[in-house]
Design a protein around this ligand. Structure first.
Ligand SMILES: Cc1cc2nc3c(=O)[nH]c(=O)nc-3n(C[C@H](O)[C@H](O)[C@H](O)COP(=O)(O)OP(=O)(O)OC[C@H]3O[C@@H](n4cnc5c(N)ncnc54)[C@H](O)[C@@H]3O)c2cc1C
Length: 189
């Protein structure tokens, strides 16, 4: 927090954005079937919430078109972009690329993007207004994944995973619920 001369606190929004940018994430495109056609939006606020029941969360800007249509549509797709799909991320964030070849696939009537690293189909269960965004907590009905490497987002830039091998996560036996995401296997007791 910075202070002006008359001691009114001024929140450092620019610094806040920089600090948030230190948190690396993947990138997804959220898709719905709306008005007889697919609509997509780039989203990196995708979070796993619960394994049982399987819940995920996305945080959508209250000014976005997707925020207006999602409650009515109910079901949506999440495509976790593969490392060669940065052009799709730009496009579905509003930087339209006219020559971009966009190919949708469909699962149970929900559109998804061809060539992604993982897919989820989810149904909105709860919406919580949170400042200028709304948190949509949604139940996963279907998921798929493959060996494509994901596209990463860090420091406001697209990144790729370097190197072939990761480091195993060290953990205390009772801590495994903290690592319940992804391919981490809990210890056999
Ligand atoms: C890396 C990254 C992460 C982001 N994460 C978030 C986030 O978590 N939450 C958030 O609120 N915002 C996020 N944004 C911003 C968000 O992606 C943009 O504000 C987006 O434009 C909002 O989409 P919209 O639903 O308002 O629709 P629009 O802006 O109308 O749609 C998005 C774009 O997709 C195109 N498009 C949509 N459907 C189709 C189709 N069927 N065929 C071809 N083109 C189509 C549209 O032409 C438009 O250019 C992120 C942006 C980036 C770059």
């Amino acid at each position: 927090m910075e202070h002006t001369t008359n001691a009114q606190p001024v929140f450092d929004t620019r610094g806040f954005r920089h600090a948030l940018g230190r948190f690396a994430s993947g990138i997804t495109v959220l898709t719905v079937h709306h008005d007889g056609r697919p609509h997509g939006m780039t989203v990196n606020s995708f979070v796993s919430v619960s394994l049982d029941p399987p819940l995920i969360l996305v945080s959508l800007d209250n000014r976005s078109f997707m925020h207006r249509v999602l409650p009515g549509v109910g079901r949506f797709g999440i495509s976790v972009l593969a490392q060669n799909q940065d052009a799709l991320s730009n496009h579905f964030a509003g930087r339209i690329a006219p020559d971009l070849h966009i190919r949708f696939i469909s699962r149970d009537g929900v559109p998804l993007l061809e060539g992604a690293a993982a897919y989820f189909i989810a149904r909105v269960e709860d919406a919580h207004r949170a400042g200028d965004h709304t948190l949509y907590i949604s139940r996963v009905e279907h998921f798929e994944w493959n060996d494509e490497r994901p596209l990463l987002f860090y420091g406001g830039q697209y990144r790729h995973i370097a190197g072939e091998k990761g480091q195993p996560v060290p953990y205390a036996q009772d801590d495994y619920s903290l690592f319940s995401i992804g391919s981490f296997d809990p210890p056999v007791r």
